[in-house]
Ligand binder design. Sequence first.
Ligand SMILES: [Zn+2]
Length: 281
Amino acid sequence: MLTITLLGTGSPLPDPHRAGPATLVTAPSEAGDTHLLVDAGRGVLMRLAAAGVGAGHLRAVLLTHLHSDHITDLGDVITTRWITTFTPTPLTIVAPPGTQEVVDRLLASLAPDISYRLAHHEDLDHAPPVVVVEVADGPVPADLGVAVTCAPTDHRPVDPTIGFRVEHDGASVVLAGDTVPCAGLDRLCAGAGALVHTAIRADVVQATGLPRMLDILDYHSSVEQAAETATRGGVGTLVLTHYVPAFPPGGGDDWRVLAAQHFAGRIELGDDLHRVEVAAR
Ligand SMILES: [Zn+2]
């Protein structure tokens, strides 16, 4: 079994009820759960804390792309993991090409903080250890405790972007990130237990008539398109997240109705910390 926790169901638009894009995938095990954090948007560590998981418990962070709303709190994850663990605990970041440079610059921006803490804490003798694994397509060459593969997605002009498929004991979860329907995502989805897909209400966005909003139509999947991708892949459960525009807490029935017109399987959506169990199939 795998569990999905929607840590942040928001978007770049600040929302008092929704953190930024982030999803937790957990493979339960008696020897200790394996936690993979997928994207690290606004408030991710607050939501992780609510889910009972600390930065030090993460096996890895997977990034679908380098759009700001998906990585705003990556520095918080790096710093908090560093100062709340007591032996060097490298953080593995699996992400598309270009990420090493972003992480190098992020660490450079944290240099004053790192020097303060090293000078202040007698028992802290190392800078934050971070290992970046840049990937574009195929099996991820890192020991993540579960099998993870990736494939290119299409969020152009944002490029490169990738989706992931996590597999554990016969259960599988695909994390699409931001993308329009594409062959790479279809490949990941084939026969998957669940697909976590960011989506927008294209009809509502269209009706705003605002150029800055209309721009997002051509590089995100609508609810209908996300549902069609799930149908093509024969996935068991469609999990929608990254709601634009966000529905009020407890709402979303209109999103569910729209998705159900294009996908006959189980549909999950909701508020931050919504949890979905995905069984082996
Ligand atoms: Zn994006």
